[in-house]
Design a protein. Structure first.
Length: 165
């Protein structure tokens, strides 16, 4: 058994998929495997890795060559900076989901401080795109106040016993 598997190469039984509702659409292609695997484990199923399995993945979303949900991006050259905002949002989102309920208010306050600090650090490094991404990812996560934090969360995602990472 393992913490999580990437959904690009995952094999999921149909009954497990229907019982858990599939991956959370708020995550897009980044971090969805971690969030889905947590819910699968909470529902009482196993998450297992086959060490000898080989998966070939183009990683077009990661390299910024495909805009998630909008077809193809205009860029033909790989550049991981284009996907940084979506990846950072997924990191923060999973971080919040793994937080125990009693610690959530402190975590949100910390996020309120952390996002601008990381943006300033990126700005001083002359990386304006990532500085904007830090702020937008923090704002996106802070603007989704529901029980499990994802927008439009299904009841299965609003489990009172939150998993710890």
């Amino acid at each position: 058994d393992t913490l999580a598997v990437g959904l690009a190469g995952a094999l999921v039984r149909r009954d497990v998929w229907h019982a858990t509702g599939g991956p959370d659409p708020a995550l897009g292609p980044f971090g969805d495997g971690l969030e889905f695997s947590r819910r699968v484990r909470l529902a009482g199923y196993r998450v297992v890795v086959e060490p000898s399995a080989v998966v070939y993945h183009a990683r077009a979303s990661y390299q910024g060559q495909r805009a998630y949900g909008h077809g193809r991006a205009d860029a033909t050259e790989p550049d991981v900076a284009r996907s940084y905002a979506a990846r950072r949002k997924a990191q923060l989102y999973n971080w919040i989901l793994a937080t125990p309920a009693w610690l959530l208010p402190l975590q949100l306050l910390w996020l309120l401080v952390l996002a601008p600090l990381r943006a300033v650090a990126r700005f001083t490094g002359k990386d304006m795109a990532r500085a904007r991404a830090e702020l937008s990812a923090g704002a996106a996560v802070l603007s989704r106040p529901t029980c499990g934090w994802p927008a439009g969360a299904a009841p299965a995602r609003c489990n009172a016993s939150r998993p710890r990472a």
